[in-house]
Design a binder for this molecule. Structure first.
Ligand code: ARG
Length: 568
């Protein structure tokens, strides 16, 4: 059940019967004293009819049919309507997501590292944000096709393969990809002959030379095994089957250019094949080309993305294609989408969306680097996170407090907390902004952090453990009696709204904010409403609310790709 849609519908029906026009503008209330939800649409509707907004608000309250849904409606300020939900309505909510009535096929393009190098922190955001949104879409019954558009075909492969060949590099020397890349680049910069051989190698590779392809495949396999390891550690649901890299479009690049030409869209300019579209002009108004083939016949990043759309729309039959890619590629995607639409590769029924994200910064507000000025390797970052989490558990004397937690469980906890903290710190920030990476903040047990939520979850579980109660035995709906119970119930009932929102906009931080609010309401409830020591009826009600909180926290964190533990 989507509460916001239901309330909007009812309020807009009241608008209708009062002869008003407008949107209910429904939001969750920003403060408890404003009820649970607020409708802010009366002011605009009244203005349009030249009416007094507070009087109109009263008429809407008198007219709207929210029987059994709201227990209280009131006017605030110039004409806001505050809505407080009825306990019997909240009782009908479920903690498991309801599948969409309109399931779609959604391609989610995320991670996409360039395989020449090891994954570094710059790849973290795409990987975890995309993964979260893919999970949320799936939880709502959409068909999700994950696509890892790895960079496995660029010009740097000429250099790497030639270096591999000439140094007789073994797989061992590729264990440190960064080092290997640096050495190859060094040779490339210092040695003109090597440079020339590298250039020839790319051409041979891209025209399908069998020997080159064998070498290339070796390189890709090793490089991918690095990625696979990281995906595993991060709990990312990307498999080899999801890897449709740039190379996989090679055979269709020429066809794609021919197809665009057949639509009468190609113009030759300085020997290059270009598409000129009205919406792309330079600052002084000159037409700006989208180049799809260079004068030497080579193809570009845009060409493979166009070929890629032919597969995603033509073969996969995608209704939506979501690209979780750095904000700096905004123009690239605008151009690719525009050419796809103009040429008929795509059409108005397909939703192509670039979901951009900002940069992860160090405390100096500059892109996060090591002291040597290099981008931080993701593997090193995760190692450090786990070490710090381990120290945290020692400082908190977790084993002292729970003597039956053995070393293996402690190590597992450190991993869940460390990796969860890194992921949550990122996911909880609005993806379009840059953010500052801060170990102390992300590993704090206070505030909007993973440890805080994981701890809240473990508290819900420990209530059952202490009471020796099986949560599965609690199935009856709860009609709350006390206000903290009701407020907790309202948050639980809002889970579906939140998931639908994330599925639509692709902002995981909204899910984080929701879970943080839920955990806060649970803390208040737990402080004011004794559970295990209450009379039987009250105890049953509160235990059921605790169970529901536990389920939503677990399912929410799982959708974020973050682990939970029953005790910590
Ligand atoms: N490999 C690219 C990069 O590192 C990202 C790929 C994004 N996806 C796409 N379809 N272009 O910049």
């Amino acid at each position: 059940m989507n509460i916001r849609s239901l309330l909007s519908e009812r309020i807009e029906a009241a608008f209708d019967s009062l002869g008003l026009q407008g949107d209910a503008l429904l939001q969750t209330a920003s403060r408890p004293e404003f009820g649970d939800y607020q409708s802010n649409g009366v002011m605009a509707a009244a203005k349009r009819g030249g009416l007094n907004p507070r009087e109109v608000a009263q008429q809407v309250i008198d007219t709207v049919d929210l029987k059994g849904i709201a227990k209280d409606l009131s006017i605030a300020g110039p004409g806001f309507i505050n809505i407080t939900l009825a306990p019997e309505f909240i009782a009908t909510a479920s903690t498991t997501p309801t599948p969409s009535d309109n399931p779609q096929c959604v391609v989610v393009d995320y991670s996409g590292p360039n395989l020449a190098k090891e994954m570094h922190v710059g790849h973290l955001r795409s990987t975890i944000i995309g993964d979260c949104v893919a999970r949320v879409l799936e939880s709502l019954g959409h068909k999700v096709i994950r696509q890892n558009h790895v960079g496995d075909w660029g010009t740097q492969f000429g250099m790497l393969l030639t270096f591999m060949d000439e140094t007789g590099a073994s797989s061992d020397s590729l264990a440190d990809l960064e080092q290997f890349y640096r050495s190859a680049k060094q040779r490339f910069d210092d040695d003109a002959g090597f440079q020339e051989r590298s250039r020839r190698a790319v051409v041979e590779l891209q025209s399908g030379d069998p020997d080159m392809l064998v070498q290339w495949q070796k390189f890709i396999d090793i490089s991918m095994s690095h990625c696979r390891e990281l995906y595993e550690r991060l709990g990312i649901g990307l498999t080899d089957a999801d890897m449709d890299g740039e190379s996989s479009y090679n055979d269709d690049l020429k066809n794609t250019v021919d197809f665009i030409a057949s639509q009468g869209l190609l113009t030759e300019s300085d020997g290059a094949q270009c598409v000129f579209l009205d919406e792309f002009k330079s600052k002084n108004g000159d037409p700006l080309p989208v180049i799809v083939q260079k004068s030497d016949g080579g193809f570009l990043y845009s060409t493979s993305d166009l070929a890629c759309l032919r597969r995603r729309i033509g073969d996969f039959k995608a209704d939506r294609v979501l690209y979780f890619v750095d904000a700096r590629q905004a123009l690239h995607f605008k151009q690719v989408f525009a050419v796809a639409l103009a040429s008929g590769i795509s059409d108005a029924n397909v939703d192509l969306v670039h979901m951009p994200f900002g940069t992860m910064l160090g405390k100096d507000n500059k892109p996060f680097k090591t002291r040597q000025g290099e981008l931080v390797k993701l593997a090193d970052l995760l190692d450090e996170a786990i070490n710090r989490a381990n120290q945290l558990l020692i400082d908190r004397d977790v084993q002292g407090k729970n003597p039956d937690i053995d070393d293996a469980e402690l190590a597992r906890l450190a991993e869940i907390i460390g990796i969860g903290a890194v992921k949550y710190a990122d996911l909880s920030k609005n993806r379009t902004s840059d953010y500052v990476f801060d170990w102390d903040q992300m590993l704090s047990f206070d505030g909007n952090t993973a440890p805080y939520l994981q701890y809240a979850y473990s508290r819900t579980r420990s209530i059952f453990a202490r009471g020796n109660i099986d949560p599965d035995s609690l199935t009856a709906p709860v009609i709350s009696v006390d206000e903290p119970e009701r407020r907790l119930g309202v948050a639980i009932a809002g889970f579906q709204d939140l998931l639908e929102q994330v599925a639509l906009d692709g902002y995981p931080h909204q899910l984080c904010a929701y879970l943080y609010d839920l955990a806060g309401r649970f803390a208040q409830f737990y402080e004011q409403c004794p559970v295990l020591t209450s009379d039987d009826e009250t105890k049953l009600r509160r235990l059921t609310l605790t169970k529901q909180t536990s389920e939503v926290l677990e399912s929410g964190l799982t959708l974020l790709g973050i682990g939970v533990a029953p005790r910590m």
